[in-house]
Design a protein around this ligand. Structure first.
Ligand code: PEP
Length: 257
């Protein structure tokens, strides 16, 4: 983390978990134990159908509500999809784009990720852009090539001004939901590389200000070590964000003065 130049953001990704009633219950549990998160922003990304419930439930806490996906068209005959304007109108601030599960199961590509990034920015949302390699790609030694391609494709045509609203999440696919975490050095190395890629594209000042999260089995036991890496500015957390006590432990790890 480097709080002098950029925000630390702890974000939960609930995926397809929790009903509206369970969302309310989680918020109540969290309220009872939530620390004053002075040094980091806290965010919970929930299934879109539960966004209004989450907005109400987290209203009195300093917890933002985010979305897990968005479609890139503004409106029209796209049955089942949700637009960026719809999310914005509900009060959503952040939206996850290009999560590996969407790439794997729903045909998300670098091209659709780029279109979604533009749609989100146009609506005034902050995209959390996920990038990450598979185990095979890591073993082939092409991690950095792939990350470079994903970052450059996602940000194609994004102006410097708009880039300031983006968050990048480095999520090695082999570490998501598997219990296998990247070592702090592995995660730190890729996050440093992502910042260097952005530096080449946009210059040092902007690169310095961008929040880069790590995601992949982050939990209360490994969060502090991962967050101690200079280019890891927070976490995108799946499993451990579903339990209020574990989520709070991670927030505490990021909230050290
Ligand atoms: C994620 O869904 O982005 C994620 C990192 O999941 P988990 O923490 O469960 O690995």
């Amino acid at each position: 983390m480097n709080r002098r130049y950029r925000k630390t953001i702890i974000a939960g990704n609930w995926k397809m978990n929790k009903t509206a009633s369970e969302t309310k219950q989680f918020a109540e549990e969290l309220k009872a134990i939530m620390p004053k998160a002075k040094w980091c922003d806290v965010l919970v990304c929930v299934p879109s159908v539960n966004i209004p419930t989450a907005m109400r439930a987290f209203k009195d806490m300093r917890v933002s509500v985010g979305a897990e996906n968005v479609f890139y068209e503004k409106s029209g005959a796209y049955t089942g999809e949700v637009s960026a304007d719809m999310l914005k109108d509900l009060g959503v601030k952040y939206v996850i784009i290009g999560h590996s599960e969407r790439r794997q199961y729903f045909g998300e590509t670098d091209i659709t990720v780029n279109k979604k990034v533009h749609a989100a920015l146009e609506a005034g949302l902050h995209p959390i852009i996920c990038v990450g390699e598979s185990l095979e790609q890591r073993e082939l030694g092409v991690t950095m090539d792939l990350i470079s391609l994903q970052v450059k494709s996602a940000l194609a045509g994004v102006s410097s001004d708009k880039l300031r609203k983006c968050v990048i999440a480095y999520e090695p696919v082999w570490a998501i939901g598997t219990g296998k975490t990247a070592t702090p050095e592995q995660a730190g190395e890729v996050c440093t590389f992502i910042r260097a890629t952005i530096r080449h594209m946009y210059g040092a000042r902007i690169a310095r200000s961008i929040t880069i999260q790590y995601g992949g089995s982050m939990n209360p036991g490994n969060a502090a070590e991962l967050l101690a890496q200079p280019d890891i500015d927070g976490g995108l957390i799946g499993g451990a964000a579903l339990k209020s006590d574990q989520f709070v432990d991670i927030i505490n790890a990021a909230n050290q003065e």
